[in-house]
Write a protein that binds this ligand. Structure first.
Ligand SMILES: CSC[C@H]1O[C@H](OP(=O)(O)O)[C@H](O)[C@@H]1O
Ligand SMILES: Nc1ncnc2[nH]cnc12
Length: 311
């Protein structure tokens, strides 16, 4: 956009990843648009730096916004450059990610337009998406028992509940089934996922959440149900249905994200926003590969992501 700076000199600690139907965040001041190139390629879209006034001090707080499927939804779930997205955000200083996702509901009580703050994921991707930074000569194993950040989740839930009664219905927990797509599930699959205890289904929680964990970022997804997939007696999911529910509830989605950003801007959440509890975890996880066995090319890539960790 003409006149918008293409650099930003301050560190940015919070990011929002927008999914289907959320290609931008309105009501924020656009401070810069950044085109970042990483050793893992270029992100899904330029990263917008939005300034958000801190409710406490009025001082602008920068937020990075990235559109997962590209500016015009041109990237299918398996084409999303997840490693470039996460690496680019970390290079800006981001340590907290709020990720938004349109999901199918696998449970009667999760109605279209309800929000869910999930706490678990079942991986039904097919291994065709690059899913780790640690490969090709540097091994790293990171814990993923709780795929989302519980501290961040608590803040997100509190914000969601504060909007209840104003058109927002929130489910505090849930298991996402992340499927490969881009085709939707068969009815047999949809029923199988229900029998496994799945709450909602999407195509984008993974490897995004795994890579955020490897990059030592606190990550929480906010899901909005757009359909009952194909297990329910109502009409089977289709794109038109997903987009219609997203559009109808976009204002609530934006208010939800806005409330979370307001809350995260408070000084009391400083340590959480900087994900201090995850600091340095990859330094030890990656040290499993002895120095003499590390591939110098990968070491160079890693130095971009984790300056000073593997010197
Ligand atoms: C358009 S329906 C399928 C599509 O919607 C979800 O996108 P996102 O998670 O980015 O909001 C789902 O994961 C699929 O990519
Ligand atoms: N039914 C569904 N399956 C997978 N991803 C979705 N995103 C929205 N609805 C979905």
């Amino acid at each position: 956009m003409a006149g918008v700076p293409n650099t930003y000199s301050e560190p940015v600690h919070i990011a929002v990843i927008g999914g289907t139907g959320i290609q931008s965040l309105a009501n924020f001041t656009l401070a810069a648009t950044l085109s970042i190139s990483t050793p893992w390629g270029t992100p899904s879209s330029p990263i917008s730096i939005l300034e958000h006034p801190s409710p406490a001090t009025g001082k602008p707080i920068p937020i990075a916004f990235l559109s997962r499927h590209g500016l015009h939804h041109e990237l299918a779930p398996h084409e999303i450059p997840n490693r470039a997205n996460i690496a680019a955000l970390r290079s800006l200083g981001v340590r907290t990610i709020i990720a938004f996702s349109a999901v199918g509901s696998l449970q009667e009580e999760i109605r279209p337009r309800d929000f869910v703050v999930p706490d678990q994921i079942i991986d039904r991707t097919k291994g065709i998406r690059p899913f780790t930074f640690f490969e090709g000569g540097m091994v790293g194993h990171v814990g993923f028992g709780d795929p989302f950040d519980e501290g961040l989740a608590k803040i997100v839930r509190k914000c969601g509940h504060s909007l209840e009664g104003e058109g927002v219905r929130l489910h505090d927990r849930g298991t996402i089934v992340c499927m490969e797509g881009p085709q939707f599930s068969t009815r047999a699959e949809s029923n199988l996922y229900r029998s496994w205890g799945g709450s909602v289904i999407n195509m984008s929680a993974l490897p995004e959440a795994k890579l955020a964990r490897e990059a030592e970022m606190a990550y929480q997804m906010i899901c909005m149900a757009t359909d009952y997939d194909c297990w329910h007696e109502t009409e089977d999911v289709n794109v038109e249905m997903v987009m219609a529910h997203m559009k109808a509830n976009a204002e609530n989605a934006r208010r939800f994200v806005g409330a979370v950003l307001d809350e995260l801007s408070k000084e009391e959440h400083g340590e959480q926003v900087l994900a201090k509890h995850l600091d340095g975890q990859m330094k030890f996880a990656g040290a499993i590969t002895h120095k003499e066995g590390r591939n110098p090319e990968i070491v160079k890539k890693m130095a971009w992501l984790f300056p000073g960790y593997f010197d």
